[in-house]
Write a protein that binds this ligand. Structure first.
Ligand SMILES: Nc1ncnc2c1ncn2[C@@H]1O[C@H](COP(=O)(O)OP(=O)(O)O)[C@@H](O)[C@H]1O
Ligand SMILES: [Mg+2]
Length: 400
């Protein structure tokens, strides 16, 4: 891309569409250029050797949109193309996709659908470039507050990075009350806030500088912004951010607050697995039902695993069976209430890190967290981990 080419260029005929485009893209790409025109003007731009990252083109006056799309693709193979048109025709839509257009929107444009289309388009191009190198995205959501979702996110990230030796990024999206930094005894990073306020800065260099190192292979992006500082997360910004992280790590773990519904659309469809954490209680049943239905509504095919946390032996009136009946879902993992979790967390450590030293007997909760990590990493990785552990133990001259 030449110096002068904006990252996003749009050519649309109608003033109302231009206005919507400006509204959506100005937040993300301050250098975006929105012009009046269509295919001919876009071709002229590309012929000048200017290739933006993304190009939106109004095909409504094109006699042969499919041919024109192919032509634009040839001129700028690495540019993400978004088509706009007046014809609501599924055959044309499919032809345009086959010609290399990432999405096709019908006029008049609307802010929400255009925003969604830009998010998907970002994944479209990233997916093409890094098919094999993209990290798995593991999303962890608590059905209610205080059920241990962040505890699971931090501990799973630790186990995957320290025991499996994967490179892991933990994104704690709770901007005001994030607890990852605290749980790992590291400084919170201003990166998340900066990314949300200024999404045009999000590139791999920015991501590198905004992540805080928690251990050799574990990096964290988490903030503790002042609670009266209102920050409305931008789905497109979160999407870009996660995309960048996925290009640099083997696993990206997202601690997703349940109240951040506006960004669910950007995160859920991309998730490799979604872990829903709840306590076994009446309100847990109600909120799990609501959360599961929202996730399925966003992506029917989501691979959801249900985790019941903080189980105690004393009867509380609601059993695991009641919970499963009430939610019409099977619980995949049950983590016991374990004082060692609380002790480790108050010491700014994970229970896995602690069990190597100060703790004599293994934490029961950690055993289940390890099972969860095995599900995340798969069987082959578990075998590899066992080998790692065996050789470490061998080096230490210890029996397992
Ligand atoms: N299995 C467990 N046993 C004991 N305490 C736990 C367990 N899981 C979480 N906790 C404690 O519960 C509290 C809330 O956990 P947190 O992970 O912050 O919840 P959430 O992110 O869902 O709001 C923390 O003090 C944490 O140490
Ligand atoms: Mg939390």
């Amino acid at each position: 891309m030449t110096e002068q080419t904006p990252e996003f260029v749009a050519f649309a005929y109608d003033a109302s569409d231009q206005k919507v485009i400006s509204q959506v893209v100005e937040k993300n790409w301050p250098s975006a250029a929105v012009h009046s025109g269509g295919v001919a003007e876009a071709v002229a731009l590309l012929n000048k050797g200017q290739t933006p990252h993304a190009l939106l083109v109004d095909f409504s006056k094109s006699p042969d949109p499919e041919q024109d799309a192919k032509k634009l693709r040839e001129l700028a193979p690495s540019t993400t193309l978004i088509g706009v048109g007046a014809t609501n025709d599924v055959v044309l839509f499919r032809k345009l996709l086959a010609a290399g257009v990432a999405d096709y929107l019908i006029k008049p444009l609307h802010v929400e659908s255009l925003q969604q289309s830009i998010i998907s388009a970002a994944h479209f191009s990233a997916g093409e470039e890094k098919k094999s190198g993209v990290a798995d995205l593991i999303v962890i959501i608590g059905a209610r507050g205080g059920v241990g979702a962040s505890t699971l996110a931090v501990n799973a990230a630790w186990v995957l990075s320290e025991e499996y030796r994967y490179s892991v990024a933990l994104a704690d999206l709770d901007i005001h009350y994030g607890s990852s930094a605290l749980a790992l005894d590291i400084e919170p990073s201003p990166g998340l806030r900066e990314a949300l306020k200024n999404p045009s800065r999000i590139d791999s260099l920015f991501v590198t500088s905004a992540l805080v190192k928690a251990s050799e292979r574990l990096y964290v992006m988490g903030s503790e912004e002042p609670i009266d500082d209102e920050i409305v997360p931008d789905p497109a910004a979160i999407s870009l951010l996660l995309n960048e992280m996925r290009g640099r790590f083997q696993y990206v773990i997202v601690d997703l607050p349940r109240n951040l519904l506006p960004i669910f659309d950007a995160v859920i469809p991309e998730a490799t697995k979604v872990f829903v954490v709840s306590d076994v209680s009446l309100s847990g049943i109600r909120d799990t039902v609501r959360l599961l239905s929202k996730i399925k509504q966003i992506n029917k095919k989501s691979d959801i695993r249900l985790v019941a946390n903080r189980l105690i032996d004393t009867p509380t009136g609601i059993t695991v069976k009641d919970f499963e009946r009430g939610t019409d879902s099977k619980i995949d993992f049950t983590i016991p209430d374990d004082i060692k979790i609380a002790v480790a967390s108050n010491a700014g450590k994970t229970v896995s890190a602690m069990s190597c030293g100060a703790m004599s007997s293994p934490s029961k909760a950690l055993l289940v967290i390890r099972e969860i990590c095995q599900t995340i990493a798969g069987k082959a990785a578990a075998a590899k981990k066992k080998q790692n552990m065996t050789s470490i133990m061998g080096l230490l001259g210890k029996k397992q």
